[in-house]
Design a protein around this ligand. Structure first.
Ligand code: ZN
Length: 359
């Protein structure tokens, strides 16, 4: 499966709220509580909208357009694998964007999701996000459909290392860039940034340490150990973030596991996603076609949602346009649980270690 070149940029039509009275927060909480307790085994599918309250920008505004970054154009897989220049540009921007990404913490919505899982109404989470803010541990399964920024992977030998560790090497190789103020640039949800007026051609990045050790002669590096221009399409020792780029296949195992979770669930609940990427949309379409419950909580329209709410739709349907954190927290409380504000500390420290940021 290949991601579309760039997801829809035209606005999606405004949603029709369902049930019709669920336009207020209390009514939305009541409708979602009913939806979750009715199915008792709902798979949650989250998108960038759930992380906005953590300070990470959404790709698209409420109208479903690239409101925040109209000129933003993501890197394509073939560019990254073919050109040293493209990799320099990608890593330079990623270098500047990483501190803000690494500093982002789970918000109320993430905490509420965890509680809903503990309360037994959620069967798991599939996320389109690469920010790892759903956290780990505690037994809740989180399938990261488009990968994770917290790791980098070698395109040749698949060796992985923590992004935090990689960042430290980038810092050593690029002292001038280290001085660039992160607040002078804008960050995109994939950790990339817009940085006008800087010369990417001077940015240096290291090779995979394992490839360097095993094939020292097939890798060309400078005096400080930074990778220099390799033969075209030669990806020996080339490290890439563990995220799915546009034009790249979603990992087969990940795709299969997500499908399995849809299979096992009685319903699917979309939170904070306009389902612009096909890999996410098709999971919801599959659930819908099989008569499972479909719920959508999103500010703004969703790709092809009329298909899920049409006259032929089988299974329970809800469509809410309310703040994700507010409504999920409300449901947890309705079910007798509690969402600690703002976030739980314990998993965070663990997340920090996994991000390579130290305890
Ligand atoms: Zn390698």
């Amino acid at each position: 499966m290949v991601l579309p070149r760039i997801p829809y940029t035209a606005p999606f039509p405004a949603p029709t709220i369902h049930p019709p009275q669920a336009t207020t927060l209390p009514a939305a909480i009541s409708a979602l509580t009913h939806f979750l307790t009715h199915h008792n085994k709902t798979l949650l599918l989250s998108g960038a909208g759930i992380s906005v309250a953590s300070g990470l920008p959404d790709y698209r505004g409420i109208a479903g357009t690239y409101r925040l970054h109209q000129h933003y154009r993501p890197i394509f897989f073939h560019e990254f694998t073919s050109h040293h220049k493209s990799r320099q540009r990608y890593w330079a921007r990623s270098f500047l964007g990483w501190p803000a990404t690494a500093a982002a913490r789970p918000n109320t919505a993430h905490a509420a999701v965890k509680q809903l899982w503990r309360l037994g109404v959620l069967s798991g989470v599939v996320t389109q996000n690469v920010d790892s803010l759903h956290g780990y541990g505690g037994g809740m399964e989180v399938v990261e459909l488009h990968g994770k920024l917290r790791e980098v992977v070698c395109l040749q030998c698949r060796h992985t290392l923590p992004r935090g560790e990689f960042q430290q090497v980038l810092e050593q190789l690029n002292p001038v860039w280290k001085k660039l103020q992160v607040n002078r640039v804008t960050t995109n949800p994939d950790g990339d940034v817009d940085a006008p007026g800087v010369d990417y051609a001077e940015f240096r990045y290291p090779p995979c340490p394992k490839c360097l050790e095993e094939h020292p002669r097939s890798l060309r590096v400078d005096q400080d150990g930074a990778l220099v221009e390799q033969g075209k399409k030669d990806v020996t020792g080339v490290l890439k973030p563990c995220v799915t780029f546009f034009g790249e296949n979603v990992e087969a195992e990940v795709k299969e596991r997500a499908e399995q979770l849809v299979d096992d669930a009685a319903a699917i609940l979309v939170v904070g996603s306009s389902l612009a990427t096909y890999s996410a949309w098709r999971l919801v379409r599959e659930a819908s076609r099989r008569g499972k419950g479909v719920g959508i909580v999103n500010l703004g329209g969703v790709r092809g949602e009329e298909e899920f709410f049409g006259r032929d739709a089988k299974g329970m349907r809800i469509r809410l346009e309310v703040n994700a954190g507010d409504v999920l927290k409300g449901v947890v409380e309705e079910l007798g649980g509690k969402v600690d504000a703002p976030v739980e500390r314990e998993p965070l420290d663990k997340d920090r270690r996994e991000l390579g940021l130290g305890g």
